[in-house]
Design a protein. Sequence first.
Length: 131
Amino acid sequence: MAEACPNGIDVYFDNVGGPITDAVWPLLNVRSRVAVCGQISIYNATAVPTGPRKLAKLIESRARVEGLLVRDYEDRWGEALRRLSTFIQNEEIRYRQHTVEGFENAPDAFLGLFEGDNIGKQLVQVGEYDA
């Protein structure tokens, strides 16, 4: 992680938790911001890990950590779609998706989300689609 972010991390959108967040935490820059939206690494855990273990880093970095629920912003959904569509069309944002063919494979595709089998958005194609 330090090699990928040699200047540290200013903004971290945490949708995973666990070892990924543990790797990011030491690299938080002064006045960095962390949005915690999900913790998929522990959704199926039989025992939730004890913590918080690494909050002392917040003293050093003076980072701000805040929870985020997308529904808090549902009144801005149309605005977000317009802006994000423009970013994608102008290639200012790039995304990845992983497509699994066939409805019969939907359960495995869903379970794969918890195992890290996909990169980006997970899709299941259930029929013919001609864009």
